[in-house]
Design a protein around this ligand. Structure first.
Ligand code: SF4
Length: 712
């Protein structure tokens, strides 16, 4: 049946809203396929603003993989800002996709990427605008399946009643498997209707379908039972793991945004997974084991991505990019290839103890030095042992000295506040550390104008980590420590304005904590907050703690639980956790032992990285049938053959001397600095930052793919 575009209805509204260009589509490398010829149609949604969502690697990867297949179509949708939402409601314009501006409700699947739990209310807005019932149980045969992915999908229970399904882990193969099952079901005449399809997905497609699981509660509020209610539905749903990343070199055609976005670059994921074992880090735990891309595949992806997009910056993406076993070969090879061009390299996520002189020299060889960010996470050596971040203060000073000596004038340091066993002294130690950093920077560079920015936010315990049992620190304690740290930084007059301070106050972290470790009862809070006006909760100008606090108190009153019960309460070993039936591969007893090792009164015990040491049996490899795929190959990245005038988009020959094309309307490399999204305070001075964790979601997070990112 023909489905017309809603653009004729939307267009007259665009002059009335802020940044209308974000709603028109037409990006370089976007794809418009024949609607009628497609047997299966996906709408891929990132439930945040265009500027945050458009660079998302997960969406881009799945978008490309799906659109490469005959008979399959994928389009994108992002959250609309409240100004357009209001007009859409008045004028009857439904949630739409950017490619064909067709209503989201006309698609077979709405695939939603949850990089952060603070996007949950934006999903409800999109469903409501689309005319899709919020409650999955109320959806009819003509409604799309709403399937979630991304890191937050590893505990989708708080949004379970709004979802038809959730996919855990890597999405590349999973989306194709789901697509095949939907196509077969449609061709067979839709046996069993919507329920029949969901049952097929649950029993053979590796999709978690919440309605096929019943949850019972005990009088004390904890979960008493959690079990499937249909035959053949598995007791536990396992994550998906792509073992050979070289076979999936996506995205090859990066989208070039038509409006400003948080990342103006191509991103090439150089490895997936992390086995460092930081106890707070959900991303590291749920993406195990490490799987590296080869030097040559990384080189090919960089070349293809640059040629296809015209970007002039390359981000080498992973959870800890300097940990790639051949990172020096990669950055040296790329620096050789692109020497003399305007192409810049950056490592968006770098461990303090993995940064070295080779990296410093190669990343700055063409004179460009993009921001250097390190994450010691804790202020004292003691607290860093608790979180298993095995970085000493001396490691940090050595690393920043290398950076300052190689021309960097500014480094950013990320910390968390409210970590298990933390004391005021652990947080105040950050001031002393920052002071040493500036002193070391001045000594290494011979200049006084070096700067460092301390960025800190409240710690949120996450599912599938050793800290999943921890009591979250209350917001008053977090705020008191952040305030004391601000005072300590200000009091150090010898550093003057050399130290900037950005902080996220504790209240948004409490709401994130509720949504992260919540169970199905939390859906009532989300629905109430949304009905009360909650939108874009990851943005400080929209977030209201009072709203969430009030809605939680009212919605949970009859259940005998409250906000504090979900957040600041420590859990015991025997408590059934809401995500216990969702299998990230980690052995529960291993997680518990690691939690006990962290809080040992005699001092925390540390765990090595199993990439370089014997397996310490976290359980992932045997449970998932995978193994670590890392290790030096000895491969080198050779400079490209120079052929005058060549700029082949996909060929092996390119001109390293040619300036990459400039994305339409974007100016030359280095000439355009993306504006800071409203409310995302810049470094410098004492600036309250936005509540969404660390500012931006890492672009490696995906709709159905656990790629990279710093989920807490
Ligand atoms: S099972 Fe062993 S080798 Fe595999 S990720 Fe866990 S500790 Fe490392």
């Amino acid at each position: 049946m023909p489905v017309p575009s809603v653009y004729p209805l939307l267009e007259p509204l665009l002059p009335l809203v802020r940044k209308p260009v974000q709603y028109v589509g037409g990006e370089v490398n976007s794809v418009v396929k024949d609607w009628e010829a497609a047997a299966v149609r996906w709408a891929l949604m990132y439930p945040d603003a265009y500027e945050v969502g458009v660079p998302n690697q997960g969406i881009q990867i799945l978008y490309e993989i799906l659109n490469e297949r005959d008979g399959v179509l994928a389009e994108r949708s992002y959250s609309v800002w409240p100004d357009l939402e209001k007009l859409m409601r008045t004028h009857g314009v439904p949630q739409f996709t950017l490619e064909s501006h067709r209503p989201v409700r006309a698609f077979d699947v709405l695939g939603v990427s949850f990089a952060t739990e603070l996007c949950y209310t934006n999903l409800l807005t999109a469903l409501d605008l689309a005319g899709i019932p919020l409650n999955a149980a109320d959806r009819g045969e003509d409604d799309p399946l709403v399937i979630a992915g991304g890191h937050a999908a590893f505990n989708p229970e708080p949004v379970a009643e709004f979802l038809d399904g959730a996919v855990l882990g890597d999405g590349e193969q999973a989306v194709l498997a789901i697509t095949g099952l939907i196509r077969d079901w449609k061709q067979a005449g839709r046996p069993g209707g919507r329920d029949g399809l969901l049952l097929t997905l649950a029993t053979s497609g590796g999709v978690y379908v919440p309605r096929f699981y019943d949850v019972g509660y005990l009088p004390d509020g904890t979960i008493g039972s959690l079990r499937p209610n249909r035959p053949k539905v598995p007791r536990a749903v396992a994550k998906h793991t792509v073992t050979d990343l070289d076979s999936w070199p996506y995205p090859a055609k990066p989208l070039v945004p038509v409006a400003e976005s948080v990342h103006e670059r191509i991103s090439v994921e150089i490895f997936r997974g992390c086995t460092r074992g930081c106890r707070f880090c959900q991303a590291g735990m749920i993406t195990r084991p490490v799987r590296e891309r080869s030097v040559t595949t990384v080189g090919d992806m960089v070349e293809t991505g640059l040629n296809n997009s015209g970007f002039s910056e390359v981000g080498l993406l992973s959870l800890s990019s300097a940990d790639h076993s051949e990172i020096n070969e990669i950055v040296t090879g790329l620096a050789d290839r692109y020497e003399g061009t305007s192409t810049g390299l950056s490592l968006p996520s770098t461990r303090v103890d993995a940064f070295n002189i080779t990296l410093a020299e190669e990343l700055s060889r063409n004179g460009r030095r993009s921001g250097l960010t390190f994450a010691p996470e804790g202020g004292s050596d003691r607290i860093r042992k608790v979180i298993n971040k095995m970085v000493t203060e001396d490691d940090l000073i050595k690393t920043v000295s290398t950076a300052y000596a190689n021309g960097w004038r500014q480094v950013k340091l990320y910390f968390m506040c409210g970590l298990p066993t933390e004391t005021d002294e652990d947080v105040l130690a950050i001031a002393g550390l920052a002071h040493r950093v500036i002193e070391a920077g001045r000594a290494a560079s011979g200049r006084r104008d070096v700067r460092c920015t301390v960025s800190i936010g409240g710690f949120v315990p996450k599912p599938h980590t050793p800290f999943q049992w921890a009591a979250q620190c209350d917001d008053a304690t977090v705020d008191a420590r952040l305030s004391a740290l601000a005072g300590a930084l200000r009091a150090d007059r010898s550093c003057g304005k050399a130290i900037g301070y950005r902080y996220h106050d504790g209240r948004p972290s409490i709401v994130e904590g509720l949504l992260s470790r919540g169970d199905r009862r939390v859906a009532k809070v989300i629905r109430a907050a949304w009905a009360d006006g909650a939108r874009f909760d990851g943005w400080s100008e929209y977030f209201s703690f009072e709203r969430w606090e009030r809605c939680a108190a009212e919605a949970l009153a009859a259940d005998g639980v409250d906000l504090a019960w979900y957040t600041t309460r420590e859990r015991g070993y025997d408590e059934v956790l809401p995500w216990d039936h969702l299998d990230a591969g980690l052995d529960r007893d291993w997680l518990w032992e690691d939690w006990q090792a962290a809080i040992d009164p005699a001092g925390a015990a540390e765990v090595e990285d199993c990439r370089w040491t014997p397996c310490f049996e976290c359980g992932v490899c045997p449970a998932m049938g995978t193994e670590i795929e890392a290790g030096p190959t000895g491969a080198k990245l050779l400079p490209l053959t120079v052929v005058a005038g060549s700029s082949g988009a996909t060929g092996a020959v390119a001109s390293p001397g040619a300036s990459p094309a400039t994305p339409a309307g974007r100016g030359q490399a280095g000439g355009v600095t993306p504006a800071t999204p409203a409310g995302r305070g810049q470094a410098g001075g004492v600036t309250p930052a936005t509540p969404a964790g660390r500012g931006q979601a890492d672009p490696g997070e995906s709709v159905l793919t656990s790629v990279a990112g710093r989920a807490r």
